[in-house]
Design a protein around this ligand. Sequence first.
Ligand SMILES: Cc1ncc(COP(=O)(O)O)c(C=O)c1O
Length: 405
Amino acid sequence: MSLSQIAKTISASPTLKLNEKAAILREKGDPVIHLGGGEPKSKVPMDAIISAVAHLNTAEIRYAPADGIPALKKAIIRYTEEFYDRKVAPENIIASGGAKQAIMVALQAVLNPQEEVLYPAPYWVSYPDMAKLCGAIGVPVYAEDGTFYPRIQDIEQRVGSYTKAVILNSPNNPSGAMYSEQFISDVVDFCERRDIWLIMDDIYHRLIFDGKKPINCYKYAKDLSENSKLIVINGVSKQYAMTGFRIGWAVGNKKVIEAMSNIQGHQTSGPSVVLQKAAVGALNGIQSSVESLRLTLENNRNVMMAYLNSFEGVKVTKPDGTFYCFADFSYYNKNSNKLSEFLIDKVMVLTVPGAEFGMEGFLRLSYCGTIKEITEGIERMKWALDPNSPNELYIGDRKLVRDWS
Ligand SMILES: Cc1ncc(COP(=O)(O)O)c(C=O)c1O
């Protein structure tokens, strides 16, 4: 079939593929444990529901402006003041179909074919394909010391004449690593000096642990004028457990936001007005659900760490935030795709292979589920991987027998 060059280079989202696999097994009645999830399980805030329902009840659901409804922009202006201590105008904001679309249109607005966008590894699975969709090239940056915490020198070394943008995602999906203030300040400064766009993917910035506070990138910017090349991405998906609402946003200079709005206007038009109203409800409503989600995730993280640390052969760095950890399983298998397949086939535990995030030998494990899912999931993995495990494992009344060594 004569598909386009771009179509041929884009693969299905690995996490969505895994979700399908888990759903098929569950339908068959298999007791799958999903440690691959990318969404909190808490309820959507009631203020979001009330606000969306009120709009639905008008029975007048129309097109929204391409860049977002004024009420949502007003809520985002307030959010930006609260978390970034920065006053922005409505023209500095675009609301999109999730943070995903906000990042996509930002890249389309700044990247020419063959130009490069850099991002630290491990990286969110979509960045490389988003770069490809622009005809551009995604360049992962690995920390020289092998950690999840790159230094500015690591970035500097990969920057060349084709580098047009850098994306920083902190805390990071999949590692949970939150970059230091020093690193963020160095990158902001470096991008300003080199006239490079800096896209801060802050989608997890409130889901952080151990008393840490969200880092405000603007604090380190010297140029806060309409020439600033800093674009900040955020959304309601993770912090308000509203993944299905598909509302995210970007804050940037007026020219880039206008370009993004023009692109989005032709792609999808503005996001559904009902869902934007829901986001307004969440942003302006009672905020206790965010703190309660954060506390639950911190507790889940602690349980996940305790279980993984007692897993001989596994090396893991304690996440600073998000609801993921990225553990090194190379002792058992250096091929993360094979290992992930083995775990779903043998003990029905779903994990995401590290190769998808640019690091072989690792698995991404989520702790956004229940404590029982975390503990039982890790126990099953231990049983499958430890050659000294007993020969049999019971899952409910189902008996699994080891037929591998
Ligand atoms: C790092 C990162 N950025 C952006 C997104 C997209 O979020 P949204 O659901 O708002 O499109 C995700 C979702 O998994 C993510 O992990």
